[in-house]
Design a protein around this ligand. Structure first.
Ligand code: GLV
Length: 383
């Protein structure tokens, strides 16, 4: 007689253990279909394959998954792992069917997911915060340095074999210094968005002698955070290695006016669309540098190109651009020598991408098991 899969000990177990046992039993009885829109590599694919008897359908190519392939393969899926290049909307959810329980995105951002649609469909959303904080903070500082020190423009001179025509000269290729100096004893960094990545970026900037930090956030619940105990370790008052005198929440126009370096680190979406536009850029210092490692939609590319061309600001370092990856040589920002653009690689370290893929897989499996996901987006108030 085939075993029911429910051992007698299941009956003395807690409700949660019993639910888990029932789910595992059902899983064994009926294969669950899981669709993955990118091969997650040799460390993570086995986690999915070995989890149980699931029907795993993986986009087979080493490029972004085609929408039509996804629509053709999603029917009957209980779970799906997507990338930020895959749109999750009503069409996809309807195609999937009512058995779909989890969308797990291998990203911290979820601009590509229609939160209302997913909430209406009663589907849970997993995402990958925290694991990429350090990698993105590292690259944010790198872009600030690259943009202020003309790294994009000067590296291309060397690559084109033109160094012989550009010998060392006293003031050639100079740019504003990120660290404090005898000529610029104060430095203010600004953050548009002040979450985990912004704070990790601030921590990296403290050895540069930054003296002031200002920020804006979506919430207006508090007007001042020098009192926030989690920020105390950054400040010179409590940290002898820091010269940071203040961390202050400010209105958006003040953020533009006072920042020497401004980091855009807020979520994308309609609320923040083109928040850095002409008016904001016109308010900035001529010597200021803008860094965007969040989402391209926050910055109006046309306005930024004008700001660089007409020298309203010094430079820009972008890891994201609105409309990416369709950014060809004729893009308005590629004509600006003081604009350094990278192709959305802020989290691209081996360690971080492995961490993100692992977390995306764990989120998916936890939801299929009916349990708590390591990182689930709380849809309340967002959808
Ligand atoms: C990258 O941009 C991410 O959202 O993970």
């Amino acid at each position: 007689m085939p075993s029911s899969g429910l051992s007698s000990s299941s009956y003395s177990a807690s409700p949660q253990q019993r639910l888990t046992a029932v789910v595992s039993h059902l899983r064994r009885e009926r294969k669950l279909k899981v669709v993955v829109t990118r091969d997650l590599g040799p460390d993570v694919m086995p986690i999915l394959k070995q989890w149980g008897d699931i029907e795993l359908v993986t986009w087979p190519e080493d490029r972004a998954c085609e929408r039509q392939w996804l629509l053709d393969n999603i029917p009957g899926a209980s779970g799906i792992i997507v990338m930020l290049t895959d749109k999750v909307d009503d069409e996809l959810l309807e195609k999937a069917g009512r058995q779909l329980r989890i969308v797990s995105t291998m990203s911290v951002g979820y601009e590509h997911v229609d939160l209302r649609a997913i909430s209406r469909a009663g589907v849970r959303l997993g995402f990958t915060p925290d694991v990429l904080t350090d990698a993105v903070a590292d690259l944010s500082v790198m872009l600030a340095l690259m943009a202020s020190r003309n790294a994009g423009q000067t590296a291309s001179i060397v690559q084109a074999g033109n160094w012989p025509n550009s010998p060392w000269a006293p003031f050639k290729f100079c740019g504003p210094q990120l660290s404090t100096s005898q000529f610029s004893p104060t430095r203010t960094v600004g953050f548009l968005g002040f979450g985990r990545i912004a704070r990790a970026t601030l921590a990296r900037l403290i050895p540069f002698g930054i003296t002031h930090c200002i920020y804006t956030t979506r919430s207006s619940s508090s007007s001042e955070t020098d009192e926030d105990p989690t920020l105390k370790p950054y400040l010179s008052a409590t940290n002898p290695l820091s010269s940071l005198k203040s961390i202050t929440r400010v209105p958006l126009p003040t953020l533009a006016v006072e920042s020497d370096v401004l980091f855009v680190l807020a979520p994308g979406g309609p609320e923040t669309h083109h928040i850095v536009g002409e008016e904001f850029l016109k308010g900035m210092k001529k010597s200021a540098v803008l860094v965007n490692t969040a989402r391209g939609t926050l910055v109006d590319s046309e306005a930024l190109a004008r700001a660089l061309r007409e020298e309203w600001i010094w430079g820009a370092g972008l890891d994201v651009v609105e409309g990416e990856p369709k950014i060809g040589v004729d893009h308005v920002l590629l004509k600006e020598p003081r604009c350094v653009i990278l192709p959305h690689i802020a989290s691209a370290t081996f360690e971080t991408r492995r961490g993100m893929a692992t977390l995306a897989a764990k989120n998916l499996l936890a939801a299929l098991d009916g349990g708590d996901m390591p990182s689930e987006l709380d849809l309340k108030g967002r959808a």
